[in-house]
Design a protein around this ligand. Sequence first.
Ligand code: MOS
Length: 704
Amino acid sequence: MTALSDRPTTHAPAVGSDVRRIDGPAKVRGRAPYAYEHELDSSPAFVAIVQSPVARGRVVSIDASAAEALPGVLAVLTHENAPRLGEVVEEIRVLQSATVQYAGEPVAAVVAETSEVARDAIGRVVVRYDSEAPDVVLSVDRDDLYAPEQLMAGFETDSVIGDVDAALAAAPVAVDVTYATPVQHNQPIEMHATVARWDGDVLRMWDANQGPHNLVPVLTSAFGITEDQLHVVSPYVGGAFGSKAFTHVHQLLAGMAARVTGRTVKLELTRQQMSSLVGHRTPTIQRLRLGAEADGTLTAISHEVVEHTSRNAEFAEQTATATRLLYAAPARRTTHRLARLDVPAPTIMRAPGETPGVYALESAMDELAVALGMDPVELRVHNEPARDPERDVPWSSRNLVACLRQGAERFGWAGRDPRPRVREVGRRLVGTGVAASTYPTRRRPSQCRIEAVPGKATVVSIDASDIGTGAWTALTQIAADALGVAMAEVDLRIGDSRLPKASGAGGSTGTTSWGPAIQAAAQALRERVHAEHGGQLPAGGVVVTGSSGPGEEVERFSMHAFGAHFAEVRVDRDTGEVRVPRMTSVFAAGRIVNATTARSQFLGGMTMGLSMALHEESVLDAVHGHFANHDLAEYHVATNADVGEMDISWLDEVDEHVNPLGAKGIGEIGIVGAAAAIGNAYWHATGRRVRDLPITPEAFFRGE
Ligand code: MOS
């Protein structure tokens, strides 16, 4: 415990070094169980769900007798007999009424001795419905579009500065273009799963989520229990991009099934069920109007968004908020309008809002560059704002220009022929494109407890969450440096609602929120040992807590990470197939704690952006209201073969204003703008501007 004295330690700093994932060995040896794999009980029961094929209507009758008669069936829950839930939001009031609000809504759940019996039994539950034609088609000319009171994360619905229409009319050069992005679905490899058990009046849950504490308010309210009567455990998660952030119906069903049967129950959603039960990214229709002087100076920016939400929830995604800060212009407007449709509630998915919004803005910027006859990198550099144009506060740091310059250099942008469709390699048309990226930097309230005992590893406890990001490793690095010990002397504990409360993994806030909380607790330990124990850790050890949360920096600075993507696209003239042989992306995201796991985050985000550009689309059946392509056979995501050379780097940026760690968060910025760079390169290759994603092979022949 040299760390606690003022003597310099002999340890090299762990933060910034290239440490391998500390949970890697356990994962490859099968010793890092995911939720469903927990064997808490030698004879658990299994839950299977009966879903409504009807998107709008009522359950008229349910005959569960054949299912109940099946040997091994323990219970069939329906709205008629299921436990009453306490107050929870409408979208997850499962089995509480006969009303059906979306295709796939659970109308019954079977609990049985085996999963085979449970799944057999759901086919024997006879449900009759009264149904109406669902309304699921989003369009800009619906007469029921409305302005929500505010957007997610508290953003204003609209922003208006200056006279946008006059500025557009007066602009020497202008573009007026509309982009559409489809519904997309979170596709973590680990399906959503819960193992639930009641020990007396204590509910225990081993659950796949993005933060055990995220579930506490909903589960305590739903089951009428106190926080002490709830224990959610989630140390290892097999991927999550937003769908595991919030409580969904399956966790409530598992709690109900466990209560009714008195058994430990296991519930894993199928991939198909995930299409309706854990949310989706809302589709968008975005009209972008940009006006500029002949030299490229923006004079007007208008970004109007139409997107959907469900009848049973208002999900108002902040699609155009990045447009409020990426560039400046004297006249600017952003608006968001929603249509309430007969669909399941949308949810968040990696950079909700920024992902579709920056796709549209950065595609429109490319169209403006073409209209101006200006290089698209130079257009962006020319419009770099010195301060946050909307809030009129300084940036904590903003290195977009450096990302564009470094990216251009690495990619070999110089000397690019701006003309479209003039390069060919064999049958393939070749083009290059660029787009900017940005994502907000935030931190959320988090607490940490440290227990230091001489001769033992220091226990660092915080209800942080590693959803595959590398948090186990990064937080151990941060703790080691904060304590002045080697990583092996840190015993990190995360992923448990009984640990000190911390924010969930989301909004790229994990490292920025948990890291400073760990640093604060380490500082408290140091101070305690000095003040009360003369600088020597006492034999009985010391327990301290520390916390971190947003401070005055929120008011003083505009805090964002930035990045630049460059892509090469090749399009087969005969088949329309689109390949992306290489991407170069450069990020300015504050201090990078771990180069290996950070690169994986950027790479994952970029790959998801590529997947968005070329593959991902959930098709809503306009007649029946269900997602028609609800599995990985028909919902295409990019695979290894789709990903070419990914050249990923970052600037040596440490932002002392954002938090004591100087890190900005890296989970989401990789996806933002990536699809625009690919779409812009597609135009450069083909001369065709595809404004509705994904850019499928058919898009090449559309209109021919
Ligand atoms: Mo991410 S969509 O903030 O979980």
